[in-house]
Design a protein around this ligand. Sequence first.
Ligand SMILES: [Zn+2]
Length: 364
Amino acid sequence: MHRALLRHTLILAVVSIASSVSAFWTENDNNTNNQPQQWSSYFQQRQAGACGTGEPSPALRDAHKRLSSTEYRQVVVGDGDSSSNASSRPPVDSLPRIQVDTWFHVVSTSDQADLVTNAMIADQFVYLQQAYANTSIHYTLRGVDRSINDTWARNGDALAMKRTLRRGSYSALNIYFQTNLEMSDPSGVNSRNAMNHNRNAVTKFPRDQEPHYSSSSASSSAPNLLGFCTLPNPQINSSSTLDDYISDGCNILAATMPGGSITHYNRGGTAVHEVGHWHGLLHTFQDETCAPGDEGDYIPDTPQQSTPTDGCPAPGTKDSCPDLPGLDAISNFMDYSSDDCYQNFTYDQAMRMRSMWSAMREGK
Ligand SMILES: [Zn+2]
């Protein structure tokens, strides 16, 4: 996506939706319900991974392998050609549009109630829409609500928050933009320890290579998490109940929204990256190895990559697996590059998100 074109498109689109966003507003004020907690697998998932999104389950890895072996055959079968010939692949934007019902939930502390402006919300939605344009995945913003709740804003009592705010079925995307997002423990108690535990889990990265954390917290000197999402759960089926997937969705540090305070990470790229996880994508550096035979992110057209990208290196200068084909995909939304570096999903990532949608979320 060309940056200048994107910016131009954003300006036009913001103007067109800014007035309509306000129609979605609803208000929540310190709603806390004491609900049963069903955290186990969700919390364990969140304990790994520098952006906060968990490692893929064996079942999700199996799904990637299965979809990788079938998705191209599906799209070329109409041509009478059962091979995986790249030249016969249709442009993704010619495929039927996938429409995702989307809810934005803005959750603020009382002293940061004005941090997230209506313009930031509108800009974030436009950027999300634009980033996925070449995947033919379209988001329909069904609602925006605001909550003032000091506990929820740092993701404390997270289950109660989601029970109160979550909308739609398993196929609906719920994004919680929180002013003080942290990893929180299952009991909803402020979990500095839990967050530190998570950071310890990723100490294989030098601190300055953890761009999905920031040290520029608005309220404390502690580093903040920038975001995390739930990956698709292959166990969810059409008879699953809300209790089975209440945790599903994305939690994003509000300061990463366009116009937010985190330099180089304030164009909305964190939400785009995390929603990629919601659609099932893994990091381009998944497994962090150049080892022959490692399947990495299970995406054929993303080069093998052994380290996350820090910031935005000059094009052509980063190749963490020099003996394997391709340079690191530093402009890919599923790397850890800064927002100014983010530009695109690959063709195969787009196809995988579409086949994941059909397998994991559509109709559920
Ligand atoms: Zn991630």
